[in-house]
Ligand binder design. Structure first.
Ligand code: UDX
Ligand code: ADP
Length: 498
């Protein structure tokens, strides 16, 4: 370390930040980091992109023909760039050292213990990786928060980095600039969203260095995104905008789901109500599809974060307001599960229930917070036999999701009660009811004859509970099914539901 001059104030000789990004390291090869940085590699062939992860199995999978994340279009992107300017590695330190810019894309699950349990985000992965950057970096870097994080995480990262900085070989102090660049991609359409984002948000400190770092990141995106879509804000606005966007989207779903309960009780049709409301340009048609409830890794986690933040700020009413969005989602799932049991003459004990779709939405193999998990767990409690078919979720993942952690012998119990079927037809054979949990195209596009075949193999009366509004209820009723669709009133159409 160069010794401070004798004068009163010591101003360290800082190594300047990279003004152009030539190498990017992404820490965390998950659903966010993997697709995002693969697309950056595709669109910026002059930039070297290294995606690193602590999990060697994940990295092996990224380097194989079977990627660890199913996302339409992703295989093609990876195939075109891997080995050219896109690399997957477990050598985190080498990735950090080589990079001008580092995306932090590690997981931030909801805390399951300690202060903020059940609400606050668990930031220990973010902290571990920030400390790692501080300890191994040998040059100044731009650090970009990509993971969804609570507001002011950048401030904590900055404190850690500034308290642990070292020097370059020629005695200059290493500097870090932190940016917030939240990801707005939705699973299933991630590649499309990355190619053509509604907006790219870059939050930075309002300082010369902060703005320079934001500019360097802007230049990366400008390789394919129109500059007018890149919106620069302050750090805190950017962090809060991510939580706010997800909360507003989830709020729409809970709102329409609350109306679906009224529709079912009155004979109104929620899709007609949604359409009628969505025609108002101020409301718009998107995110108004009633369902068995929203899932996914973001909505619940981000709202819980917002609730925790509001509580921490003493804003109790604000916290209660957003918490209601989650409570409505829980209500929707349990209401649907209750409907199944009540309709099957108040018991599903020892009955076979076929579950079609396990992922939290179509075109993904992700099951985080999938409504199917809540439903199947409640069917398990009712002692039903459950047969599940999903085109993308691996068998072991389903069984893992349905095993109660800490319950003795539950591993075996799940396997006795739950079977994974190779096709919808096999799942439905001898079943009393079909419960549709994911809107996979193959369910929506099933031909009348195929449903007729399924009907023939089921116990009678054969019920269909459409949690996603994907099947043509009239056609199925013609075959003989008794059909319940979320948000469609029964009285007028079919007296059995009255
Ligand atoms: C969401 C946000 O859309 C995305 O911007 C953010 O970056 C991450 O979180 P994702 O969770 O991948 O993306 O999927 P999304 O399409 O938003 O769906 C979330 C859940 O809401 C799914 O379970 C989906 O089935 C459900 N949903 C969505 C509805 O029930 N009704 C709708 O109208 C829309
Ligand atoms: P997301 O949906 O936010 O991408 P994932 O769980 O799919 O979340 O991915 C996060 C990835 O981050 C995981 O593969 C995990 O192994 C990785 N990870 C977590 N902590 C670290 C760390 N300190 N260093 C490197 N990788 C990490």
């Amino acid at each position: 370390m160069s010794s401070p001059p004798d004068s009163a104030i010591y101003i360290p000789d800082m190594q300047s930040l990279p003004s152009r990004v030539r190498t990017i390291c992404c820490i965390g090869a998950g659903y966010v980091g993997g697709p995002t940085c693969s697309v950056i590699a595709l669109k910026c062939p002059h930039i070297k992109v290294i995606i690193v992860d602590v999990n060697p199995l994940r990295i092996d999978a990224w380097n194989s023909e079977k990627l660890p994340v199913f996302e339409p279009g992703l295989d093609d992107v990876v195939r075109r760039c891997r080995g050219r300017n896109l690399f997957f590695s477990t050598d985190i330190d080498a990735g950090i050292r080589e990079a001008d810019l580092i995306f932090v894309s590690v997981n931030t699950p909801t805390k399951t213990s300690g202060v903020g349990k059940g609400f606050a985000a668990d930031l220990h992965y973010v902290e571990a990786c920030t400390r790692r950057i501080a300890s191994v970096a040998t040059s100044s870097k731009i650090i970009v928060e990509k993971s969804t994080v609570p507001c002011r995480t950048a401030a904590s990262m900055r404190t850690i980095l500034e308290s642990n900085t070292s020097e370059t070989e020629d005695g200059k102090q290493i500097t870090f600039q932190i940016l917030s660049n939240p990801e707005f991609l939705a699973e299933g359409t991630a590649i499309r969203d990355l190619y053509n984002p509604d907006r790219v948000l870059i939050g930075s400190l309002d300082t010369r260095e902060g703005k320079m770092a934001a500019h360097a990141l802007r230049e990366v995106y400008e390789n394919w995104v129109d500059g007018s879509k890149i919106y620069e804000t302050g750090l805190w606005s950017s962090e809060l905008s991510k939580l706010a966007a997800n909360a507003l989207l989830a709020q729409r779903i809970s709102s329409i789901n609350s109306l679906s309960a009224i529709c079912e009780a009155t004979g109104a049709d929620v899709s007609e109500v949604a359409h009628a409301c969505g025609l108002d340009a101020r409301i718009g048609p998107k995110f108004l599809k009633a369902s068995i409830g929203f899932g996914g890794s973001c909505f619940q986690k981000d709202i819980l974060n917002l609730v925790y933040l509001s509580e921490s700020l003493g804003l109790t009413e604000v916290a209660a307001y957003w918490h209601q969005v989650i409570l409505m989602n829980e209500y929707q799932k349990s209401r649907f599960a209750r409907k199944v049991v009540q309709t099957l003459f108040n018991t599903i004990t020892m009955k076979k229930v076929a579950v079609l779709g396990f992922a939290f939405k179509k075109d993904t193999g992700d099951t985080r917070e999938a409504p199917a998990i809540t439903l199947c767990k409640s069917f398990r409690q009712e002692k039903a036999f459950i047969s599940i078919y999903d085109p993308k979720v691996p068998r072991e993942q389903i069984l893992l999701d349905l095993t109660e952690p800490g319950v003795v012998d539950d591993f075996e119990a799940v396997r006795a009660q739950v079977t994974i079927a190779p096709s919808p037809e096999e799942a439905c054979r001898d079943a009393e009811a079909v419960v549709i949990c994911t809107e996979w195209d193959e369910f929506a596009q099933k031909a009348e004859d195929e449903w007729r075949g399924i009907y023939a193999t089921m116990k009678k009366p054969a019920f269909v509970f459409d949690g996603r509004g994907v099947v043509d209820a009239q056609t199925l009723r013609k075959i003989g099914f008794r059909v319940h669709t979320v948000g469609k009133g029964p009285q007028i159409i079919d007296p059995i539901w009255a």
